[in-house]
Design a protein around this ligand. Structure first.
Ligand code: ARG
Length: 284
């Protein structure tokens, strides 16, 4: 197509404008976005075979035109974790499927879990997808999509531990490890007090502390817990669970266009079985 060269040149120009512009602008470049014709190629280049209705509007509501930037903390198998230098997992694949539907190119940014909401609100990422639980407190700061999965907070102990159930924790003085800023952290601190809870940057660090004997248990989400128990000898998950939760994508408060688009995409991905298939690939 004759226009293709022009479109590629335009795209290149856009990329360069964005490369030089200060971060955080959510304005479309002034002169290049007069008509839909100018927006379409961005989607087509990102994903040639896309035909979703949603991709007409993509350029306006993401941080970087043509991109969908996901903030996550990639130490949370099977939702997000490294395979070599690539971030894979349920959330990574769901995000890729959402990006595809929106005609956008997915970019994943790995950061501390407790920085995700800040990054999304500051406009350095479009959304957070991190096995993140919807809570009343978080809803005051950020919007959440419809839920795409459930989580359960469970307790990991060493085999032979005196801790047999969650109730044993209320009575005792045991030291509890959690990942900083997670619901496990928030609930355990509320229930058992600050001085009994140690927060680690990643779940892995909490598990190492448990193995070393620095702490007596780790409270964390069930699927990562299963992965930790599988990958480390001498650990087990208590039968009684600590809390049930819903996972959703977090999106900057008031970015209704992106929220609606992500919700629509999740709805479609649930309806056509894509999300089930992704989950089944990682959770047997
Ligand atoms: N579901 C918990 C929460 O929302 C833990 C999520 C941790 N996720 C991660 N990618 N490290 O607080």
């Amino acid at each position: 197509m004759k226009n293709m060269k022009k479109l590629m040149a335009l795209l290149l120009a856009l990329v360069m404008i964005f490369a030089f512009a200060a971060c955080g602008s959510d304005e479309a470049p002034a002169d290049d976005n007069k008509g839909d014709e100018n927006k379409a190629p961005v989607s087509d280049v990102a994903d040639g075979d896309n035909n979703s209705a949603a991709d007409k509007e993509t350029a306006d509501f993401t941080v970087k035109e043509g991109k969908l930037i996901m903030a996550t903390n990639a130490y949370f198998q099977p939702y997000e974790y490294y395979e070599g230098d690539k971030i894979v997992g349920i959330d990574a694949e769901i995000a890729a499927a959402i990006a595809k539907k929106l005609g956008l190119e997915l970019e994943i940014q790995d950061m501390a879990f407790d920085s995700i909401i800040t990054a999304v609100n500051a406009g350095s990422a479009d959304f957070g997808l991190a096995g993140m639980t919807v809570t009343e407190d978080r809803l005051k700061e950020i919007d959440f999509s419809i839920s795409y999965a459930n989580g359960v907070q469970v307790v990991i102990v060493k085999e032979g531990s005196a801790i047999k159930s969650v109730d044993d924790l209320s009575a005792g003085k045991q030291k509890i490890g959690v990942q900083l800023g997670t619901t496990g952290d928030i609930y355990a601190t509320d229930d058992f007090g600050d001085d009994r809870v140690t927060s680690y940057t990643t779940g892995n660090e909490a598990i190492n502390a448990l193995l070393k004997g620095d702490i007596d248990c780790v409270i964390i989400d069930n699927e990562p817990a299963k992965a930790f128990v599988k990958n480390n000898k001498g650990l087990k998950i208590l039968d009684t669970s600590y809390a049930d939760e819903d996972y959703a994508a977090c999106i900057k408060k008031g970015n209704k266009e992106l929220l609606d688009a992500v919700n629509e995409a999740i709805d479609e991905l649930v309806a056509d079985g894509t999300i089930d298939a992704i989950v089944a690939k990682y959770i047997k």
